[in-house]
Design a protein around this ligand. Structure first.
Ligand code: PXP
Length: 243
């Protein structure tokens, strides 16, 4: 099946914020990423707005021709209000604390069941597809199916780390089992975090039913050397292999 590439443009905003002006322009980056082949744009506004700002999210929405995915922690009222007013195609719920450097764990879908049911119901009523960030832990995936989320996003940092250490079979195994269970339970499957040009193709080859990957850090770093258009095309090529 076809797996969509959603490009996370947070790092473009980090670079812009370093000088306080509007260079590089994140709205232009989102327009260009789509022209260059991105099949979605992802942003992760954090409460301190250290990269993508809430204003950016509003400005990006009208230029989206593919799919808009907003990531964040729904325990922040500001985040809930933003998503409900922007109405992206998809919201990805992440259990980050506010000053966290980057996401480093998935939801405990059993412990936070009631909270997640409320949030998911609110977003789904507004016509927004919901994905929740989870580790490849079967109990958490069973929990995800019970709270009526549309999709899960498998947190792939563990995969990336073991892959880089040369243990690719061991790296992929829990993700294959998790993806099969998620599919059986009727969930769509996204994946993200620490995916790059080295580890993406192997992930795609082995994980069945992969709807979408969202990639930021490595893709923007590669673009410094390889160019933005070429880099997006190279990532897409890694996904054009059947599982
Ligand atoms: N998915 C989620 C939930 C994230 O928080 C992030 C980082 O913002 C990503 C995917 C993308 O990770 P990376 O920048 O390592 O590609």
């Amino acid at each position: 099946m076809h797996t969509r590439l959603s490009v996370n443009i947070n790092k473009i905003a980090t670079l812009r914020n370093a000088r306080g002006g509007n260079n590089p322009n994140v709205v232009k980056a989102a327009i260009d990423a789509q022209l260059f082949g991105a099949e979605g744009i992802t942003v992760h506004p954090r409460p301190d707005e250290r990269h993508i700002t809430y204003k950016d999210v509003h400005e990006i929405k009208p230029i989206i021709q593919t799919e808009f995915n907003i990531e964040g922690n729904p325990s922040e009222k500001k985040f809930m209000d933003l998503v409900l007013s922007v109405k992206p195609h998809q919201v990805t719920l992440v259990p980050d604390v506010s000053l966290q450097l980057t996401s480093d764990h998935g939801w405990d879908t059993l412990k936070h069941k009631d909270f997640l049911i409320d949030v998911i119901t609110t977003f789904k009523k507004a016509g927004i597809r919901v994905s929740i960030f989870v580790d490849p832990d079967l109990k958490m995936i069973e929990g995800a199916a019970k709270i009526n989320t549309d999709r899960i996003e498998l947190y792939t940092e563990g995969y990336a780390r073991l892959y880089a250490a040369g243990k690719k079979e061991k790296a992929i195994q829990p993700y294959v089992i998790a993806a099969k269970l998620a599919h059986q339970l009727g969930l769509g499957i996204n994946a993200g975090h620490d995916l790059d040009l080295q580890n993406l193709q192997y992930l795609k080859q082995h994980i069945p039913f992969l709807d979408e990957v969202s990639i930021g850090h490595a893709l923007i770093c590669d673009a410094l050397y390889l160019g933005f258009e070429n880099t997006i095309q190279l990532y897409k090529r890694q996904l054009q292999i059947s599982e």
